[in-house]
Design a protein around this ligand. Sequence first.
Ligand SMILES: Nc1ncnc2c1ncn2[C@@H]1O[C@H](COP(=O)(O)OP(=O)(O)O)[C@@H](O)[C@H]1O
Ligand SMILES: [Mg+2]
Length: 259
Amino acid sequence: MDNLLEIKNLTVEYKNNSTNSVIKAVNDVSLTIKRGETYALAGESGCGKSTLSKAITKLVETCDGDILFEGKSIFSQSKEDEKHYPLDVQMVFQNPYSSLNPKMKIGEILKEPLDINTDYTKTRKKAAVREILESVGLTEDVIDKYPHEFSGGQRQRIAIARALILNPKLLIADEPVSALDASIQAQIINLLKTLKKERNLTILFISHDLNVIRYIADRVGVMYFGNLVEENDTTSIFNFPREDYTKKLLASAPVLKTK
Ligand SMILES: Nc1ncnc2c1ncn2[C@@H]1O[C@H](COP(=O)(O)OP(=O)(O)O)[C@@H](O)[C@H]1O
Ligand SMILES: [Mg+2]
């Protein structure tokens, strides 16, 4: 497996101008995500997981370090790469409601990325929408409905469909099931596992919930106060944690939900 994403000594700081203080949200983190794997970032709330993902998608400014996508720095891209990169790296978030425009019908929500980024014919766009709906387990009749007409789990399916419609290489899922009931969580996780296989996806899966991570991840990185304190394949992290913090995190995780 080759490397899709390499993060090298990444540091991200937030400056608070009114108090003149600086928060080091990500501190000298290096990690590599291989093509085709699901890499999970674990750690308690506030440890810097979302900030790291925002650095990858250039939503926050990087203070130090480098991020390579397919071997090339994302901070010195050619015009062509600059155009493609935001399409190659797509995100889904904890709350799909906030990422779906409430005034748009699902059909429009899904078609929009195609309108903006492709010169597909009307027929081809329709086919692409149908195809992606099917692969996230929704039927075609959803296209004339609005986001509020759906449950949280269905909305997350729609958000995933929108993120995948242009066939990105990397999907960043930031706490994608944290707002859902346990039974629905399992459905969405299974969907992501299937989509990964079917579409040859690479996933950066972010969660504070180790149970969820155990089920979906190939490898796990554990963050603590901005630092990556431990990294290993999923089985080893859970069975043979090396760092005290990882052990503490595992001990505090609730037993696997059976509901
Ligand atoms: N926009 C921001 N401005 C200032 N501080 C921030 C901002 N976003 C996050 N932080 C701080 O950075 C740290 C890491 O936050 P975050 O990356 O959201 O962690 P996580 O996703 O692991 O919960 C926290 O201390 C948080 O309060
Ligand atoms: Mg977060």
